[in-house]
Design a protein around this ligand. Sequence first.
Ligand code: PLP
Ligand code: ZN
Length: 437
Amino acid sequence: MTQSKTIHNKIQTTNTAIENLKCKECGEEYALEAKHICEDVCFGPLEVKYNYEKISQIVSRPIIEAGPQSIWRYRHFLPVETDNVIDVGTGMTPLVKSERLARRLGLKNLYIKNDAVNMPTLSFKDRVVSVALSRARELGFSTVSCASTGNLANSTAAIAAKAGLECCVFIPADLEAGKILGTLIYNPTVMAVKGNYDQVNRLCCEVANSYGWGFVNINLRPYYSEGSKTLGFEVAEQLGWQLPDHVVAPIASGSLYTKIYKGFKEFVKVGLVEDKAVRFSGAQAEGCSPVAKAFKEGRDFINPVKPNTIAKSIAIGNPADGIYALELARKTNGNIESVTDAEIIEGIKLLAETEGIFTETAGGTTIAVLKKLVEAGKIDPEETTVTYITGNGLKTQEAVGGYIGEPLTIEAKLDSFEKAWERAQRLDRLDWQQVLV
Ligand SMILES: *Cc1c(COP(=O)(O)O)cnc(C)c1O
Ligand SMILES: [Zn+2]
């Protein structure tokens, strides 16, 4: 009797705090379906509307702390109706207090949120996909899909496999080998489109309209984007239930960047943390920096660009949440800065050499922007600054190949080792290559 009641409760529990979808521009409300645009009124983007009164009655620090070691410890803030979520261990990644990188940059309170080790596919995208596919299952979708710059396809394919959902993903054909292999291994259908991400996305909008599939970042976007709030929740909890002073995060569509802010604000709203003015700084690659350009030129609109950068995972030329990212940087007294491909490679190496974290090009972009902002005096050394590392370097190996030297090949003899070691002592590591040639 008791047992069956427990099981019954588990299936039936509903999250009554999610109320509707609401247009970010005009406030029009819609039912909680697979819909992302205010099609009746203004064509603005839809967001999930919550009842924060209800949430604040349910949650507390101890309840969250006793929850699962994953994003689902924050499930009352996430747009799912049942407890039957797909928990593949996503989230609760390390928040690392930086010592050596901080010293190198002259910062006193630098933290690294390390989503390079997120589960299951080593990028922040596992957060948004865990949420989107949990909701897709509730809405009854049997086939899921996405328009991806690489990491999203990895996550969608992996988590769909775990959930037993059919999966067909769309990627630009020129992606890094590691990103393509890291999708194919889960055996979805992979469409490699001859075009850039913005063209892939346009195609997917047409497919979404006629195939009845759940596209995580198109018709499921209101649910998907909520997953990024967990990057804010976790940092607040890991800092001992307080907000940082300054955040540095990458901007592709601008969703992650703006949702970290939303996460912080929701914690304030329900009384979990004290309010504080957090500065939000954004990072883009110069070869695809429509938001950084608009920021610098003082515009409040985005001019779309054609991407040309090694930072493919954040190469979105026409960012859906670009104007909201702009707005956030300005209202929080932050900055949006861009860096060259050469600086991105230096950023990847700098993080690896000082912190032992191998990130991909997006992370290199963020570290290079962090450095640039510090050098320009736009980050105060005393500020508690959190920089978000969103992906893993093993997926974009071609970006750094040729810039990291070579192993010293020696004979299996002591004197061969000794000679090589002696030379290595005298040379900068990057010169080794020349010695060997
Ligand atoms: C997708 C992605 C981002 C940024 O995503 P938004 O579209 O801005 O939410 C950042 N880093 C990595 C590694 C990504 O894959
Ligand atoms: Zn509207």
